[in-house]
Design a protein around this ligand. Structure first.
Ligand code: UFG
Length: 334
């Protein structure tokens, strides 16, 4: 089976490509390198010992997509390519809507033309807004608080309408919680440009002294230690979820929604302390005010993914912390 992976050189995409190749799928990657590096092509090949086809193209470019579909005869699409910085989406909403919605629309159009009807979509727990209770189930009410989140929710709506109009389509929507960690080889991982927004990349850069001190955004939330609680999930577990989603899309027509999380929440301070302990490194931090738009706690009920896909996260928080740091140490050796 031949799978087209958009954004396949990015953080989650590259790990998923490795799992797909390991499992014997043929892989075609489309990535415009806007937030990824060309070296990742060779790294994926080194990790898996397998070859795949890479196109440096923009998923919003319908003509380019059409040519790729014509040539490659893909059976399914996993769509990762998207802008993902929450803060930037607030200041540049048009850029976010144009890219994140445009890419899905073009993909659906070209897929329909070429008779490809299996689609796995990267969504986010951000579509649950501020949940009233925890853990979060897939049938919870949906809402968003920033343009990035709105693009995820609107994409879900677009895909729902595409399935209604095209009953032969199979769409699996995966709502990710907080992916961290990296491949055990240390060859691929998360390496954002500039100063990181997310907690783990920030911790890593404080640990290796590229940044001085971590700001912990608030210690007055209604949580065990007052700091924000999130459901951190190892990116390799997340990647494996995509293979299960593909199997589902192959088996059943319709649209299906799954949380990909561990079901366990860790506070900011829990994560910092675990990171320090397993990596034997210091991570100085200071408590500062809350970050606008943050919620106190967010963690998944992952039961549906287990019951319907046979997927569950296997790697614990210590492995996540170790692998996140290992990737950066490997990068620094170069
Ligand atoms: N935090 C800090 N200091 C930092 C960065 C984060 O204390 O420097 C805290 C946050 O306040 C929060 C927790 O660490 O309590 C996690 O923050 P992240 O930015 O790592 O992750 P978020 O849960 O805010 O956001 C993530 C993704 C978004 C997605 C959202 C919901 O980055 O893309 O989950 O799914 F929308």
């Amino acid at each position: 089976m031949r799978v087209l992976v958009t954004g396949g050189l990015g953080y989650i995409g590259s790990h998923t490509c490795c799992c797909l190749l390991d499992a014997g799928y043929e892989v075609v990657v489309v990535d415009n390198l806007v937030n990824s590096k060309i070296e990742v092509v060779d790294k994926i090949k080194t990790i898996t010992g397998k070859d795949f086809t890479f196109y440096q193209e923009d998923v919003c470019d319908e003509k380019a997509l059409d040519k790729i579909f014509e040539k490659e005869k893909v059976d399914a699409v996993i769509h990762f390519a998207a802008y993902k910085a929450v803060g930037e989406s607030v200041s540049m909403p048009i850029k976010y809507y144009e890219n994140n919605l445009g890419s899905t629309l073009k993909l659906c159009k070209v897929m329909k033309k070429h008779g490809c009807s299996k689609f796995v979509f990267s969504s986010s727990a951000t579509v649950y807004g501020s949940p009233k209770t925890l853990p979060i189930r897939e049938d919870f009410p949906l809402s968003t608080t920033n343009p990035y989140g709105s693009t995820k929710l609107m994409n879900e709506q677009i895909l729902k309408d595409v399935v209604i109009a095209n009953p032969e389509f199979s769409v699996v929507i995966l709502r990710y919680f907080n992916p961290i960690g990296s491949h055990e080889s240390g060859l691929i991982g998360e390496d954002p440009n500039g100063i990181p927004n997310n907690l783990m990349p920030y911790i890593v850069r404080v640990a290796n002294k590229q940044l001085e001190i971590l700001s912990v955004y608030g210690d007055d939330y209604d949580t065990e230690d007052g700091t924000g609680v999130r459901d951190y999930i190892h990116v390799v577990d997340l990647a494996k979820g995509h293979l299960k989603a593909l199997e589902k899309a192959n088996k059943d027509e319709g649209i299906f929604y799954y949380n990909l999380g561990t079901g366990t929440g860790y506070s900011v301070l829990n994560l910092v302390e675990t990171f320090k302990r397993v990596n034997n490194v210091d991570v100085p931090y200071k408590i500062v005010g809350r970050r606008a738009g943050d919620i106190a706690a967010c963690y998944a009920d992952p039961t549906k993914a287990f019951e319907e896909l046979g997927w569950k996260a296997e790697k614990g928080i210590e492995e996540m912390c170790r692998d996140s740091y290992n990737y950066i140490l490997k990068q620094m050796e170069k």
